[in-house]
Write a protein that binds this ligand. Structure first.
Ligand code: GLC
Length: 741
């Protein structure tokens, strides 16, 4: 009895201590709470476990039953993949009502391009070049995710990659750092809003820090071996952009940099992220990446993995148990300084306060809100708008598109022509296949009552079936047009989905050729997570749309474009190779001493044309645009001046259209080899038929700065070339000079 009374008294005392008076700042509250915590409870705050509904990594089934027990012991600080207000409330009550200090959990999920209303995959969204629409898509994803009890998303993925063999290109914003930086900021704004304590905003995560997009051969989880120059020139600016936009967390990458795993890389974390950039947010590991240091042979055992990760500046251990199992003993053995653990715990507690979880741990739990907001009609409408804006018109011979809605007989053919599942892509969140409008459904809803729309699968994604093929051929022969839906298996894009060959699967290539052979006009609709090397189709199929995986409203958006209710405006953000063997091929390649050319001793492949199939920034419209010559305010500036470059763009076609006006700059002489051109600005404009608009770009030395020979970031005096146009290849150029005086 006496012990019980003592325990109750102790609990009440702590409860009083924890009930801070309101005059305390959040930092004060963090310190007060930290002072109450045991070493085990501190390690618990740095421990993150996955729920089991959606598993995003390998999990040891035997551990699952212990998970709730550990939460009740205060040995879990955050969880991922625990979804829906019912399960979130259950887990939160364990943490708040059954632990000694009642510290609430944070609930995280990979809300990559939508929670339940699924938007186009991020690579598709990036092709819209529409920062407002991209921000809005993230905003809606946050509204739905927070309505389902989530407070933290592991997005945006800001990895730059020039290698479409790597399946994770679908998660990013393409090959260019400048565009990737603008999009990173838009996504952070969308997820976090301007007040993290609001119930409809969630913390965002810049991932994967860093250079994960450089995995050798595009093979996921492979080594990365690049210079610090390449790291800074290509990979770090989108992370810095996300940080400048206020992103509240980073996630480290699976790969090493300079031989040291990212999770324990003191250059990346201590020097750059925490040191130079002053990031004081939370750094969470990727799945088991601490423990994986034993596998890669850099840590002798889990204890050393914990020691190395903490000392570099990592905060949270996702799914490897090394922090919760070893940090207390490492402190007792004098191998880890408790003050460093305190630093990490402060960052985690600070995030929980900023999310409002201490004020009300159940604020994100409202079943009514969840029911009303998830898949709301206005969310679907936004998804359809974003999807239409993400579709790239790659080819349109003889203006075959847009199709007339009164066409008599339309054949929809292909394994993706009436498919729901794949439309949600790899990171489908809580997207449900049954929510998806298929291409066939979208077309049927679009055309006239007298139009016959028929469907034939034609082939599997990878399997050929002679019966299916002959049925498809028969249908094509008696149709006025074929809409041929081919592409990828969504589960063979995204994580752990690298391909040695980025062409259409052979079965689908046979289907394409057989349907082409019938002589019926064909419109190809690609549904894909990465650029596909469709050289034969590009030469033989009259109209080609790159439709990506467009999410819940895929069919409606594609029908909007196919039948002209939306004039396609998207532009490639990743170069499309002719052949896999050309990879890496990207627009902003550095100059070489023997530039590509017909002469023998020049840099080229001898068994293929060396141009891309389609270049960065490329995309057609149902109308045409003309550009006036570039007007410069001056052709010479010094380091304190700016110049403006202006063009007049005219819609010379017969219908409203949008154009992404692109600005590139080339530094003609530098102290190091410089790219042939670099994107430095863009503006997406809408013009009615016959309408013109002036588009101006202001250039300062900030736009001309680069990592010079000693890696200092600055501009160098000299000659430059400035280009403006409709893609990275359809450009006009003028020269200007930066003078030293
Ligand atoms: C995965 C991914 C990462 C994701 C995490 C949690 O392995 O690499 O992007 O956020 O695990 O699902």
């Amino acid at each position: 009895m006496r012990n019980t009374l003592i325990a109750i008294a102790a609990f009440i005392t702590i409860a009083i201590v924890i009930q801070f008076n309101n005059s305390q700042t959040i930092d004060d509250k963090v310190e007060t709470l930290l002072a109450e915590m045991t070493l085990e409870e501190k390690a618990g705050q740095l421990n993150q476990y996955s729920g089991y509904e959606i598993i995003t990594g390998d999990i040891d089934e035997s551990k699952i039953s212990q998970r709730n027990l550990l939460v009740k012991k205060g040995l879990v600080g955050s969880v991922l993949n625990v979804l829906g207000t019912k399960d979130v409330e259950k887990a939160q009550r364990y943490a708040v009502e059954e632990t000694r200090l009642g510290i609430p959990l944070i609930f995280a999920f990979d809300v990559i391009h939508g929670y339940r209303t699924i938007f186009p995959i991020p690579l598709a969204e990036s092709a819209s070049w529409d920062l407002e629409a991209i921000e809005n898509a993230a905003r809606i994803a946050a509204i739905e995710a927070s309505a389902a009890g989530q407070n933290w998303t592991f997005a945006p993925m800001v990895d730059i990659s020039q290698d479409p063999r790597w399946g994770r290109v679908m998660e990013g914003a393409g090959e260019d750092s400048y565009l990737g930086s603008q999009i990173a900021k838009a996504r952070v704004r969308g997820f976090q809003g301007d007040d993290l304590s609001q119930f409809n905003t969630i913390a965002a995560t810049a991932k994967h820090f860093a250079a994960y997009g450089e995995v050798i051969a595009g093979r996921d989880y492979n080594n990365v071996d690049i210079s610090r120059r390449k790291l800074w020139e290509t990979h770090l600016s989108p992370f810095k952009a996300a940080l400048d936009e206020g992103v509240r967390s980073f996630m480290n990458a699976f790969n090493e940099f300079e031989g040291v795993p990212s999770s324990a890389n003191t250059y990346l974390i201590t020097d750059v992220l925490r040191g130079q950039w002053g990031f004081d947010g939370v750094l969470v590991s990727d799945w088991d990446s601490f423990g994986a240091m034993v596998t890669s042979g850099v840590a002798a055992d889990d204890a050393e993995a914990a020691e190395m990760s903490l000392e570099a500046g990592s905060d949270i251990d996702m799914e490897s148990d090394v922090f919760v199992n070893f940090l207390p003993q490492l402190v007792r053995d004098g191998r880890v300084d408790e003050a460093q653990i305190d630093e990490a715990v402060r960052r985690v507690l600070r995030l929980k306060y900023d999310l409002g979880l201490f004020d009300n741990p159940y604020k994100y739990i409202d079943a009514e809100r969840e029911k009303n907001l998830i898949l709301a009609p206005e969310h679907r409408a936004a998804a359809r708008d974003m999807a239409s804006k993400s579709i790239i018109l790659l080819k349109n011979d003889n203006q075959l598109l847009p199709l007339d809605k009164t066409i008599k007989n339309i054949a929809v053919i292909g394994p993706l022509g009436d498919n729901q599942y794949h439309m949600n892509g790899f990171w489908r969140g809580k997207g449900q296949a049954e929510d998806v409008v298929t291409l066939l459904e979208g077309i049927k809803a679009k055309v006239s009552a007298n139009t016959n729309v028929s469907y034939a699968e034609g082939s599997g994604l990878e399997s050929l079936d002679s019966d299916k093929l002959s049925k498809a051929i028969e249908l094509a022969k008696k149709s006025d047009v074929v809409i041929l839906a081919v592409g990828e298996d969504a589960d063979k894009t995204g994580e752990s989905s690298s391909r040695t060959n980025i062409e259409l699967y052979p079965a689908q290539q046979q289907l394409v050729k057989a349907i082409h052979q019938t002589g019926t006009p064909v419109v190809m609709v690609l549904m894909n997570g990465r650029p596909l090397a469709i050289e034969w189709s590009a030469e033989n199929i009259p109209a080609v749309l790159n439709g990506w995986f467009l999410g819940s409203e895929a069919g409606n958006a594609l029908a909007d474009v196919l039948f002209g209710d939306y004039n396609p405006s998207a532009k490639l953000t990743m170069t499309v190779p002719r052949k896999t063997g050309q990879i890496p091929i990207y627009y902003n390649a550095k100059r070489v001493s023997r530039p590509m050319g017909d002469a023998r001793y020049t840099s080229k492949f001898i068994d293929s044309p060396n141009s891309p199939l389609y270049p960065f920034g490329y995309g057609l419209s149902y109308t045409e645009f003309s550009y006036s010559p570039i007007k410069l305010s001056t052709d010479s500036i010094n380091f304190t001046e700016t110049l403006s470059a202006t063009v007049t763009v005219t819609n010379t076609g017969k219908r409203l259209g949008e154009e992404v006006v692109q600005l590139y700059i080339q530094d003609l002489v530098g102290s190091v080899v410089r790219p042939v051109k670099e994107l430095k600005g863009f503006e997406k404009i809408a013009l009615e038929a016959g309408q013109s608009q002036e588009v101006s770009f202001t250039i300062s030395t900030d736009d001309l700065a680069f990592y010079t020979r000693d890696m200092s970031f600055k501009a160098e005096a000299g000659k430059f070339k400035l280009f403006i146009g409709s893609s990275s290849e359809d450009l006009q150029g003028v020269n200007f000079t930066l003078t030293a005086d």
